[in-house]
Design a protein around this ligand. Structure first.
Ligand SMILES: *Cc1c(COP(=O)(O)O)cnc(C)c1O
Length: 482
């Protein structure tokens, strides 16, 4: 990619695309935003999308499609069996990853279900750099256990380590020795480690982990859902890879793996997913589950139109100008906030910008869901929808006590190619304003608390009148402006 410089020397991310379809946005007044937040039970999942100005809830299934993806959707071949659409997708996956077999699934977690059903039994241990919510749910549902072997730097909020998603390889070896190979059917490597801030693994670390697995005869499985960001970071940050193309890096990673699965809601810029498998023997173990859970082997629950979009999206992922957009905008956001003293996870990862709420709101106890409170405050301050990733997202202990999250975060995901720089600047501005006024922000308490996945449906209320005070301060500072 050619690096574009500004005369001023400023580091400004530049959109490498133009907008040809637009969707109108509305920004309700701050008073209306407070009412909307109350109506949504102070839970950003329960807001109406029409009331959201900048939606940073997730990067899943909300990335902008390209003109070529849209065009390809028109050629979708709607045959139940033997569809040409499937053949095209299968061919693209084989070309990029070099694996002979592809089993389609309707999204990433469905691939995790198939893998877990095939390999996990009571007592099974699955080592991984870090868990993802749905991955862990499938493994533990079947009586297995997840062991996280992330490097120490991975769990520190602020440092310069370029590959915070790396495994501690010594711990992997020790775990396999202590648990035994029979209990460890596969090791899972998660690219662009989602829950610790979209942090990458290095190619070096991937190779070291896979060498250990080969030594013990253990299968290697890559969760490639966030591979695109990881590819970009390897190219940018790993000295040994700086002259490789994205396609070469992709292949080097895939060559290390026995199995690779993905959510096409992220990788491929559309919706869907699947499992790529190197050997026929492993494919046969999983194949029969596809028609049971997903659909026939040539669509796996996906629409053929989406499959066409995935095929083109995968090819576009090999273009550094395409995959650089997310990480560059996120880096801009992280750098600007960091420079203003706002506690954000560094270095910038893929996926989004993560605010460290324990540092942002030290006066709000985790028992009062400080990350949930900050997410609510950010909506009131700017119509911006982020996601709580902290204590509210945890489950209570069996005795009913709170399980306090290790990291209390608000995630501001950056949907790929959706928002422009001025919109990102607006978000930065409102986060800074909120930081200056952080003393006003107070906690939340549950008024309706579901027993499972409470963060999706739970409803909360402020513990005091802090939201009225926040609205009053907004009016005092911004006058009649929205
Ligand atoms: C999103 C995601 C999944 C699950 O994919 P869905 O398509 O949402 O089911 C699995 N792993 C990682 C790393 C993800 O980011």
């Amino acid at each position: 990619m050619s690096q574009i410089k500004f005369m001023s020397g400023e580091n400004i991310p530049l959109e490498m695309h133009k907008v040809r379809i637009v969707q109108k946005l509305c920004l309700p007044t701050v008073e209306q935003r407070q009412k909307n937040m109350e109506a949504a039970g102070n839970n950003t999942f329960l807001l109406q999308n029409k009331d959201v100005f900048i939606d940073m809830l997730t990067d899943s299934g909300v990335n902008a499609m390209s003109d070529n993806q849209q065009a390809a959707m028109l050629q979708a071949d709607d045959a139940y069996a033997g569809s040409a659409t499937f053949t095209r997708l299968e061919g693209k996956l084989r070309e990029l990853f070099g694996m002979d077999y592809y089993l389609p699934t309707h999204q990433g977690r469905a691939a995790e279900n198939i893998l877990a059903e095939t390999y996990v039994k009571p007592g099974t241990v699955i080592p991984m750099n870090y868990h993802f919510t749905t991955t862990k749910a499938h493994i533990t549902r079947l009586g297995g256990r997840v062991e996280e072997l992330i490097c120490d730097e991975g769990l520190e909020s602020f440092n310069d380590y370029p590959f915070k998603g790396n495994f501690n390889v010594d711990k992997l070896r020790a775990l396999i020795e202590s648990e035994g190979v029979e209990k460890t059917p596969f090791v899972r490597l998660e690219a662009g480690t989602n829950l610790i801030g979209g942090q990458p693994l290095s190619l070096r670390n991937i190779k070291d982990v896979c060498a250990v697995c080969r030594e013990y005869g253990i299968l290697t499985v890559l969760d490639a859902s966030l591979l695109q960001d990881n590819l970009y970071f390897i190219k940018q940050r790993e000295e040994a890879c700086k002259d490789m193309t994205i396609r070469q890096i992709t292949r080097e990673i895939a060559d290390q793996m026995d199995i690779l699965y993905f959510s096409a809601r992220k990788l491929g810029f559309a919706r869907g997913g699947g499992i790529c498998i190197r050997s026929e023997a492993e494919c046969l173990k999983m194949k029969e589950l596809i028609p049971v859970y997903e659909g026939f082997l040539t669509y796996g629950g996906m629409s053929v139109r989406e499959m066409e979009a995935v095929t083109v999206g995968l090819e576009e992922t090999m273009d550094e100008d395409v995959i650089s957009q997310g990480p560059q905008f996120i880096r801009y956001m992280v750098d600007e906030l960091h420079a203003a003293g706002v506690p954000v996870i560094t270095p910038a990862g893929g996926l989004g910008c993560h605010i460290d709420v324990k540092q942002f709101l030290p006066h709000v106890p985790q028992e009062q869901y400080s990350a949930g409170a900050l997410a609510a405050a950010l909506y009131i301050a700017g119509g911006i929808r982020g996601m709580e990733r902290g204590t509210m997202s945890e489950q209570r202990e069996p005795d009913g006590s709170e399980h306090l999250a290790a990291m209390e975060l608000v995630r501001l995901a950056v949907p790929r190619r959706v928002y422009t720089l001025s919109q990102v600047k607006y978000v930065i501005d409102r986060v800074k304003w909120l930081y200056e006024n952080r003393e006003i922000v107070g906690g939340l308490k549950f008024i309706e608390e579901p027993a499972v996945l409470r963060f999706f449906f739970g409803r909360l209320a402020p513990v005091s009148d802090w939201q009225e005070k926040l609205v009053a301060k907004f009016r005092a500072d911004f006058g009649e402006s929205l």
